[in-house]
Design a protein around this ligand. Structure first.
Ligand SMILES: Cc1cc2nc3c(=O)[nH]c(=O)nc-3n(C[C@H](O)[C@H](O)[C@H](O)COP(=O)(O)O)c2cc1C
Length: 370
């Protein structure tokens, strides 16, 4: 995320990326960076509860296969960081915790290590978590317009031993970021040429403003293996960048105002599932916080869900704190599946999702009775 090739003086650009990465960590830990206005859209939904589920809790199997890798549950550690010593520590804690829980993890943008290969160690989590079942690399799509090519991305993937790559789409963030990269023209053609050469499945990923129908249609025509929606309702990157912008600047003001701009996570999951069909993967993210969010997202069409900010707060504390958050999520999801009579994720996906304010199936509401 962020401009390098166009700034004068490579050294200052390199400094800038590292400073920005630590600044992002501080802001996400301490400032109010929540999306404004529309929430995730997951909150008001519930699933049809079944008091006679005909399944044993211990037999509920939440395992899923994503990008050819088997996970214990449909949960991922979302893309966050890398590029500084502190970010390296966060990455190692996240990776070890994900490995202990049998879950996958995405790295933050690897732009920093493309510019400064010696920073590769801060992304290299395989050494401390060799049993991590799924590792996802990360690069900003817009970097294809700023001198990053197939070979740099391939070596970033290979250097960390990733199984897939997030290609993040962050137009709103870049527009508010004081030093943002905003030349997005021509990216579709570049992605068309680059994605098949990467050697691993690529995932189109927003960072908190969601994938609309218009974007989903374009993504569907590209050789992406899936999407991570990162819809509104969670961390707002317009807001994070607004905090980083000089006080009283246009960026600061506009970033605050557009902190809820985009598509909610729930809407984006449904849109992407429709646009991408069943053969491609849809990951729900953006404000996913609890097991019920994951369960509802799955019932609305997601294959899995990812969380970022809550896991950063835990990783800032310890690896054990991350494990506790992840194990609690898995347990909650298991209890929900059990109480819906779902033995596995396929059955959970088929459970009836009840929209906010709608009556339970079979319940005739007062208006309908008249
Ligand atoms: C500290 C932090 C750094 C992030 N950096 C990246 C990044 O480098 N690349 C990326 O694709 N997404 C990045 N994200 C976005 C998240 O992956 C996610 O899409 C977004 O924060 C919404 O999820 P949340 O509400 O669970 O935080 C970052 C998120 C956080 C909290």
């Amino acid at each position: 995320m962020g401009n390098v090739a166009t700034t004068s003086g490579i050294e200052s650009a390199r400094e800038l990326i590292s400073t920005r990465k630590d600044h992002h960590l501080d802001l996400c830990l301490r400032a109010d960076v929540g999306s404004r206005g529309p929430a995730t859209g997951l909150g008001g939904w519930t699933l049809e509860y079944d008091a006679l589920p005909e399944v044993d809790l211990e037999d509920v199997d939440l395992s899923v296969t994503l990008f050819g890798k088997k996970l214990r549950a449909p949960i991922l550690v979302g893309a966050m960081t890398g590029g500084t010593d502190r970010a390296g520590l966060v990455n190692r804690r996240l990776a070890r915790a994900a490995a202990r829980c049998g879950l996958g993890m995405a790295l933050g943008s690897q732009r920093a290590m493309i510019v400064r290969p010696e920073l590769g160690a801060t992304f290299d989590v395989r050494a401390s978590a060799p049993e991590l079942p799924l590792l996802i690399a990360n690069v900003g799509a817009v970097q294809l317009n700023y001198g990053v090519g197939t070979s740099e991305i391939r070596s970033a993937i290979e250097r960390v031993g990733a199984d897939a790559i997030d290609v993040h789409l962050n137009a709103l963030q870049e527009a508010i970021q004081p030093e943002g990269d905003t030349r997005f023209k021509g990216l579709i053609a570049r992605l068309e040429g680059t994605l098949p050469e990467l050697g691993v499945p690529a995932i189109a990923k927003e960072v908190g403003a969601g994938i609309s129908e218009r974007a989903a249609r374009k993504i569907a025509r590209l050789p992406f293996a899936g999407v991570e929606v990162a819809g509104t309702g969670g961390t707002s990157w317009a807001r994070v960048e607004s905090h980083r912008a000089p006080a009283a600047s246009m960026q600061a003001e506009v970033g605050e105002r557009l902190a809820g701009f985009g598509v909610s996570t729930a809407e984006s999951v449904r849109i992407c599932r429709r646009a991408l069909g069943d053969a491609r993967t849809v990951i729900a993210s953006g404000g996913v916080r609890h097991g019920m969010d994951v369960a509802v997202a799955i019932a609305l069409g997601a294959d899995a869900a990812a969380l970022a900010k809550p896991l950063l707060a835990a990783a800032d504390e310890s690896e054990d704190a991350v494990v506790r958050v992840l194990e609690t999520l898995i347990f909650e999801l298991k209890v929900i599946a059990f109480c819906c009579g779902a033995r596995d994720v396929a059955e959970l996906r088929a459970v009836r999702a009840i929209a906010p304010g709608a009556a339970m199936p079979g319940v005739v509401d007062a208006e309908a009775r008249q």
